[in-house]
Design a protein around this ligand. Sequence first.
Ligand code: OAD
Length: 257
Amino acid sequence: MPDVREAAKLLENAARVVVFTGAGISAESGVPTFRDALTGLWERYDAQSLATPQAFRDDPELVWGWYEWRRLKVSSVRPNPGHLAVAAVEARIRDTTVITQNVDDLHERAGSKNPVHLHGSLFAPRCSECGASADPPAEEDEPGEGRRMPPPPCVRCKGLIRPGVVWFGEALPETALEAAARAVSDCDVLLTIGTSGLVYPAAEIPRLAARAGAAVVQVNPQPTPMDSVALVNLRGSAARVLPELVNLAWPDAMSET
Ligand code: OAD
């Protein structure tokens, strides 16, 4: 694939890199992408009607059960070579920022130091009343797929603990947005991996980087609205293309992870 050689050259010569990821990078770990997330019993629900503050107010046990099911599904799978390749880039280029839309912890478990979670995390529940952070429940509470679960009470104010993710209609975490804006304003290369580029403001990130002069490289088996923004479009899966890209930029980089 000649394009991957061009992308490897860009990466090898970069001093500042941003890696922007979406659900596609976790697909090969067995985590359904967001819009396919409702597999099994969840098919009768529309994800976007579960991921809203109103849905939690109307039926906290249904929403908490769905997110607990997703959290424990993520805990039962492993990072794939795509996540490991991202960690290999961070090991080679000190000034690398990973910005993810994903709420799983697979980047962290692959060795990424401090990914910016634009849409929060399944592993950072908090009180829906006072905002106090809470620990995820003990693993033995694994919910059956599609089972309601009562959210635990906040130890501080007894309010209901909610998932620490961004719901539709909610603002993205300020600190995450600021960190992302800072990183994309001054990077040489932005890799956009496994995102449909449909949900704003996150989808703005590759465009901001391109406008600031960065070379954008996209990895996705499907065409997306980012095709016109990317300098190089690598049509393929993250778990196959990213290790090839990283090994071309730095031979044997993947063998060190
Ligand atoms: P989507 O499910 O919208 O898109 C997943 C993308 O990954 C698609 O473009 C697929 O073609 C691509 N893909 C699938 N398998 C892949 C693979 N093996 N390797 C590489 N790419 C692959 O997920 P996101 O773009 O992440 O927001 O969705 C963005 C946001 O929309 C989510 O964070 C969520 C959702 O609403 C919130 O929850 C706030």
